[in-house]
Structures are given as C-alpha cells and as structure tokens.
Design a protein around this ligand. Structure first.
Ligand code: FAD
Ligand code: 2HG
Ligand code: ZN
Length: 493
C-alpha cells in the first residue's frame, strides 16, 4: 500500500489549513474539531492543554485538535492526512513523560479521549476489548465487579488511557507480578498512516500464524499508526493484598532485603518499590500519603514499599509478619522499622507515598526525568554520582538544581533518577546530557526503561541500541510510514 521514501528526500510536512479544517468538519461532528483556523471553534488558550506535556517542558504549536469517536473516523482522518502530507500526533491522556504526546511544531493532534467504550469483556477468560481512549482507572472499575484487575497500574491511572499505555509499553507498579504489555496484550486494532485499518483485535491466547504484528505497535509511541482498540488479558483479582513500608538504615540493605523477601514470600510478593530519602521527604512535604511518624523515619537512608497479593489473607499475613520479625530480630537488622497497613485506607495511603513522588516533584519545581534500567546494586551510586557532578559544576543550589532523587521499581531494576530544578535552563540540560546517558551506558543499561524515547531522547537512542538495530527500526518505519507523518521527531530523529 505504499512505496518507500528515504527520510532525507521526503518532502516537508504540510501545515493544516482552513480548507483542511473544513474537510475534517465533514468527517467529524463540529464539537470534535477544535481549531484556531476556523472561526469560533477554539482559541489558542483552549488548545494549550493539548500542546503542553504533563511536566510542562514541551510546548507544541498545533492549530487543530481532532477528537474522533470511531475507528472509521480515525481512518478517514489518516487517509486525508496521508494524501496531504500532514504530520499527526496521536494523543491519549497526555501523561507521557518524554514529550512524545505533544507536537514539536504545528502537527495535527488526534486525541483519542472520545473513543471510550468498552467493546466486550469475557469474565471467564478475562479478555477485555476496549476503545483506545478508555481511561485505565475506568477500565479497572469496569472489571472490578467481575473479580478482575488490570494487569498494569501506575500513578497516572486517573488520566492515562489504555491506547497510550500500549503505545508507551507502560510498565508501572504491577510489572513484577503480571509482566509487560508485550505479554498481556492479546490484540490491537490500528489505523495505519495511510488510513488502512489493521484489524487484529483477537482474544486468542495462542496464535502463531506468522509475524506477531501487534508487538511492533506496543511501545512504538505513535510513530507507526494510531491504536484505536486494545484486547488485553486481565487477571483475576487477588483475594488478599497487604502492603508494608520499610525504613532501611542503609541502601546496602536493599539487595539482601529483596533477596530475602523473594525467598520468604515467594509467590505472594507482588511489588517491591524503592524510594530514597530525598524522594520520601518530598512526598511527605507535598502531602502524598501518610507514611510513618518522623521519629520512625529518622535515620533511614531509604524506604521500600512491599506488597503481597495472594489467595488466602491469613496465610499471607502470617508470612509477611514472619518476614518482618526476621528482619527486625536479626543480629544486624536489615530495617529500622516497618509500617504494615491495617485498613484499606492505610493501604492506599502507603501506595500514595510511592505513586505520589512524581506529583510531589512537580509541585516542588521543574523535573528532568531519567528513566533508566541499570543493575539494582548501582541505584544509589548513579544518584550520588549525578548529584556530585552537579555540585562540582556549582549547580546544586536553591535557584538551580534543588534536589537529585531516586526512586523506582526494584523488582524490574528500573531507577527513576529525577533532577528537580527551580526552572528549566540550558545550563542544567547541558550539565545533565549526555552525562546521564553516558553514565547509563557505562553500566550497559537502558536510557529508557519504561517511559519511551519521545522527543526527549530520540537523539540518544544509540546509547542503548546498536547501529544495526537502529537501521532496521528506520527501515520498518519507512515501510509503514513512508511519508513520515506519524508523530514526527519522536523515537527516531
Ligand atoms: P500520552 O501521554 O497521551 O501519549 C504517550 C505516547 O503514546 C505519545 O508518544 C503518543 O503519541 C502515543 N499515543 C497515545 N495514544 C496513542 C494511540 N491511541 N495510538 C498510538 N499512539 C498513541 N509510565 C510507566 O511506564 N510506568 C509508570 O509507573 C508511570 N507512572 C506515571 C505516573 C505519573 C504521575 C505520570 C504523569 C506518568 C507516568 N508514566 C508511567 C508515564 C506513562 O508513559 C504514562 O502515564 C502512560 O502510559 C501514557 O498514557 P497516555 O494515555 O497519557 O498517553
Ligand atoms: C513511577 O514509577 C513513574 O512513579 C514516574 O514511572 C517516574 O516521574 C518519574 O520519573
Ligand atoms: Zn515507573
């Protein structure tokens, strides 16, 4: 359906014109077309939320946002944009953290928020088929009465959409237990750049008929097509869940603690999350959950949030209590204290402390976010090395870099290194990049563990992928999107 263009010889992308908006108004109802080009449909201020990313670092200049309700409408929009050579940015909840969900220039934004219907749910197999614009939390609530949960959970659940989750291959807080979306997504419906609909909404568990095409779109960050429907396997809800917040005197205790927790809790361990002292203090300062008293937290270098999920509450509690007794009672205790949740409210509050770090950092200042896969043993070293580097450059001060903090998913060896600054500045950016990417590469790590490359890290892909891999990615991109209209400038430069 398309012949290939070399990116360097591609014609430049076209800007959306008034005539284009008139055409879109024939495809969509007037309430679904927001444009500054057509009178009275939208002001620039109304388009601002679609043009600005969650952390306020990336700002696009799109004049037009479309909010289709059906796959057919998405297909017609894409067919037209393909012919006209208009760049398109697919957008879900706009909670992405790498500047992937907003235009770099004046591309058309296709926001999936109006595609929010559940198509089917099979309470026996747990297969859920939903429009891409369904909010993750809404889906969780939809399947809860059937005794199922979503296989992923993240702090942005109230706004992020399942299509965005799949497009970023979001990891989150349940990956340790339920694995990545590459495993739990059963099928996708995707509108390709030329408007062709790839209908792959299978609910089959096994299907080895040729290449597994859906995998290409999982984590492609909207650069290969627009995901309009998702078929996903949802697990049965565990009968019992517990969580506990542990205070550790030293980071050195994290590894032995993880090992011990895995051994002793075995099948019921469902999350093992890390929060360093700076991240903890910021979460507390900005009212993210109620954790432990100041006295209890005193002397702790870092904290672990551990969750268990299982089939028998009494059995799980006994195992967890035995672990805590062992940890406290040892000659050299691995923890100074632990707070075990006693009620659903406290359970949520402990989680809030961990999930709320991102929000706390945003309240404190402007965030530079590095989402890296590195060996677990190096989490602290990476945070300390980065802080020291900034200190040496004289940037560690209230009006420049306020805090350097680390938190993340121990179970997945995924550290979130955040640099919280008073404001975004070229001086800080130059100090951090390529420094952090080189540091990550020196551990053979990945510069994007779970958030993607987006606009932020497209230029840095080579720190984690070899030339052959990047070349093959470019060839695939060129075959599927020969005019380069899908989310230009993201993932691949
Ligand atoms: P958007 O932000 O709208 O888009 C993200 C990317 O996907 C963009 O490149 C966009 O073009 C593309 N896209 C969106 N929808 C589609 C579609 N239908 N078809 C094709 N492409 C599409 N991420 C994690 O992995 N783990 C976490 O624990 C986590 N926690 C977070 C906590 C907070 C508070 C926040 C703000 C973000 C967090 N994230 C996390 C970032 C994360 O990537 C997302 O929140 C989420 O997966 C993005 O979904 P979204 O609907 O907001 O997508
Ligand atoms: C998390 O695990 C998210 O909390 C967000 O992936 C991390 O904000 C961040 O850097
Ligand atoms: Zn994360």
């Amino acid at each position: 359906w398309a012949h290939s263009h070399n990116p360097s010889t591609r014609p430049p992308l076209s800007s959306v014109t008034r005539e284009d908006v008139e055409h879109f108004s024939k495809i969509l109802p007037s309430s679904a077309v927001l444009s500054t080009l057509a009178s009275e449909t939208a002001s620039q201020a109304e388009l601002e939320p679609y043009n600005t990313d969650w952390i306020g670092r990336y700002h696009g200049k799109s004049t037009t946002v479309l909010k289709p309700q059906t796959t057919k409408q998405v297909s017609e929009i894409m067919r037209y944009c393909y012919e006209r050579g208009i760049g398109v940015v697919p957008q879900g909840g706009n909670t992405g953290l790498v500047g992937g969900s907003v235009p770099l220039k004046d591309e058309l934004v296709v926001n999936l928020g109006n595609m929010s219907k559940v198509r089917s749910f099979d309470p026996v197999s747990g297969a859920l088929v939903a429009d891409a614009g369904c909010v993750l939390e809404v889906l969780s609530e939809y399947i809860a009465p059937h005794g199922h949960i979503m296989p992923l959970d993240l702090g942005a659940k109230g706004s992020c959409m399942i299509g965005g989750n799949v497009a970023t291959n979001a990891g989150g807080l349940r990956l340790l237990r339920y694995g990545s979306l590459h495993g739990s997504v059963l099928g996708l419906e995707v509108v390709l750049p030329d408007g062709t609909i790839l209908d792959g909404l299978s609910t089959l568990r096994k299907d080895n008929t040729g290449y597994d095409l859906k995998q290409l779109f999982i984590g492609a960050e909207g650069t290969l097509g627009i995901i309009t429907g998702v078929s996903i396997l949802t697990p049965p809800a565990p009968r019992a869940t517990n969580n506990v917040l542990l205070a550790l005197p030293s980071f050195d205790n994290v590894l032995p603690l993880f090992k011990k927790a895995r051994q002793q809790l075995s099948e019921i361990l469902s999350a093992f999350e890390f929060v360093d002292r700076t991240a903890y203090n910021l979460a507390v300062k900005h009212g993210q959950g109620k954790a432990m008293s100041e006295e209890e937290a005193e002397g702790a270098e870092c904290f672990i949030l551990l969750e268990t999920s299982g089939g028998d509450g009494k059995h799980d509690e006994e195992k967890l209590t035995a672990l805590l007794e062992d940890l406290m009672g040892a000659d050299e205790p691995l923890i100074t204290t632990g707070v075990i949740s006693q009620s659903p409210a406290q359970f949520a509050s402990l989680w809030r402390l961990r999930e709320g770090v991102t929000e706390a950092v945003s309240k404190e200042g402007k965030a530079y976010k590095y989402d890296i896969s590195i060996p677990l043993a190096s989490f602290k070293e990476v945070v300390d090395t980065t802080r020291e580097h900034l200190r040496k450059l004289g940037l560690l001060r209230e009006d420049a870099v306020k805090h350097v903090l680390g938190y993340g998913h121990v179970g997945d060896s995924n550290l979130h290194l955040n640099i919280c600054a008073a404001s975004y500045s070229p001086e800080i950016e130059t100090a951090l990049e390529p420094f952090v990417y080189e540091l990550t590469a020196s551990y053979n790590g990945s510069i994007s563990a779970e958030h993607g490359l987006g606009a932020m890290k497209a230029h840095a892909i080579h720190y984690s992928k070899g030339g052959v891999a990047v070349d093959l990615m470019k060839k695939l991109k060129n075959v599927i999107d020969p005019k380069g209209i899908m989310n230009p400038g993201k993932v691949l430069e």
